[in-house]
Design a protein around this ligand. Structure first.
Ligand SMILES: [Ca+2]
Ligand SMILES: [Ca+2]
Length: 167
């Protein structure tokens, strides 16, 4: 009868001690998990930021090479004979669903190595004409790409001075 009460508190202490240890382990695990989760979150947001920075840089590089190519090859590949503000080869003049620059039937398919390009990116062009000189055009290049399944775009604008008259 005397041993029981003394045994019970000891067992209780042991039980409490075990319970506290388990609780400590749980708390430690939760802290570690929260820490790991926040580290992973920081790493992935850093990755996303880096990725979108790369995207913007690639888009700017592509637009820059398009502007450069336009100034060099306006009369060969960027002419706009119907004066609708879109280089003819960037239209689908025969309505077959393929932009004419990519359409063998419409004089497109310029040698691939000559095309300004960046893998995974595409672009469209708009041209505005100067009222005072035919050697100056105002070009808007819209660059498109896909990031995490979402379509992105940025537009770039530049005044281009031509070696020849714009049409
Ligand atoms: Ca046109
Ligand atoms: Ca076409």
């Amino acid at each position: 009868m005397n041993r029981k009460p003394s045994a019970c508190p000891a067992a209780g202490r042991r039980a409490r001690a075990r319970g506290f240890t388990v609780l400590e382990v749980l708390i430690a695990m939760v802290i570690v998990i929260i820490g790991m989760a926040s580290i992973i979150a920081m790493m992935s947001s850093g990755t996303i930021a880096r990725k979108s920075g790369n995207d913007a840089t690639a888009a700017a590089m592509l637009a820059s090479s398009v502007f450069e190519d336009m100034s060099l090859n306006y009369g060969r590949h960027y002419y706009d004979t119907n004066r609708n503000g879109v280089p003819d080869l960037f239209e689908d003049r025969n309505n077959n669903g393929i932009e004419d620059r990519l359409d063998r039937g419409q004089g497109g398919l310029r040698p691939v190595d000559e095309m300004p390009k960046f893998p995974g990116y595409d672009y469209s062009l708009r041209v505005e004409y100067s009222l005072t000189t035919s050697r100056e055009i105002f070009v808007t290049c819209m660059v498109f790409w896909s990031a995490s399944g979402v379509r992105q775009s940025t537009s770039f604008q530049r005044i281009i001075f031509l070696k020849e008259d714009a049409n």
